[in-house]
Design a protein around this ligand. Structure first.
Ligand code: SAM
Length: 257
């Protein structure tokens, strides 16, 4: 059960909103080398190419299924298979963009200054990461992990919340960033449809490594247990919709000239 582009794209419209909000905050007229880190199915990378058609846009990803989907849909873009933990561009970048990916990597105290240093002076680092790890969508994952026979296999895969508070990134980036360093949070209220939509949402992201570690029938049993735990936190409303509040952190930093 590796990353599944179809599952991830089930909520493409909702997920796209933050990607576009981030893109709109980048002030760059004619960048030459643009990188999308953790480019997934490539639909967001395509927006970067649309905005800067003359730029050489590269999507960087380590999931085979995601890359295949991206390359099939967008042959006009360069695709690179690499691990972001060690990735470096062949030349200094003008824009490094990353939507909903860097929370999968640890040690942000080294990662973020390293990414800023991969830019040419004046280049832009633009990052969005979820910061919803204390919401039931995520806390109930740990609860489900600890409440079944799968605990011994799944508990070592649980990670502490990977994204720190906004001021942490401000202090981290300020020494090498321009004065217009911009960090903010937005809480989106997603109105979802269909049965168990919050479970279906995390099934495309946070649940991936956990489901991958299980075989049937435990995989389905674990999924059902998690889904039951979510019901109280995200009740279905009389009109059939389910409200899913989701907080995200945004960073736009220009490398100091
Ligand atoms: C939630 S998806 C976001 C995809 C895309 N940026 C978007 O906004 O639709 C996160 C992506 O990051 C990729 N990813 C996670 N860790 C990675 C790593 N260490 N190196 C490269 N890609 C990674 C995953 O494979 C996945 O496709």
């Amino acid at each position: 059960m590796p990353w599944d582009p179809a599952q991830y794209l089930r909520f493409a419209g909702h997920r796209l909103r933050a990607a576009v909000d981030l893109l709109n905050r980048i002030d760059a007229d004619a960048p030459e080398h643009v990188y999308d880190l953790g480019s997934g199915a490539g639909n967001v990378t395509a927006l970067l190419k649309q905005r800067w058609p003359k730029a050489e846009v590269t999507g960087v990803e380590n999931s085979g299924p995601m890359l295949e989907r991206a390359a099939a849909s967008h042959p006009e873009i360069d695709w690179q298979r690499a691990d972001l933990a060690t990735w470096t561009p062949p030349q200094p970048a003008d824009v490094i963009y990353s939507n909903a990916a860097l929370h999968w990597l640890g040690d942000h105290s080294r990662l973020f200054p390293r990414l800023l240093a991969q830019l040419r002076p004046g280049g832009t680092l633009a990052v969005q990461m979820p910061r919803n790890f204390d919401a039931p969508s995520h806390t109930k994952i740990a609860e489900a992990v600890r409440s079944g026979p799968w605990r011994i296999r799944l508990e070592p895969l649980l990670r502490p919340p990977p994204v720190r508070e906004p001021a942490y990134y401000l202090d981290l980036l300020r020494p090498e960033a321009d004065e217009d360093l911009d960090i903010w949070e937005t809480a989106y209220l997603h109105v979802l449809q269909g049965p168990a939509p919050v479970k279906e949402w995390t099934k495309g992201t946070s649940l991936v490594p956990l489901l991958e570690a299980l075989e049937e029938p435990e995989r389905t049993q674990f999924e059902e247990r998690y889904s039951d735990l979510l019901e109280e936190a995200y009740p279905r409303r009389p009109d059939g919709s389910t409200l899913f509040p989701f907080r995200r952190l945004f960073i736009v930093a220009r490398r100091r000239i």
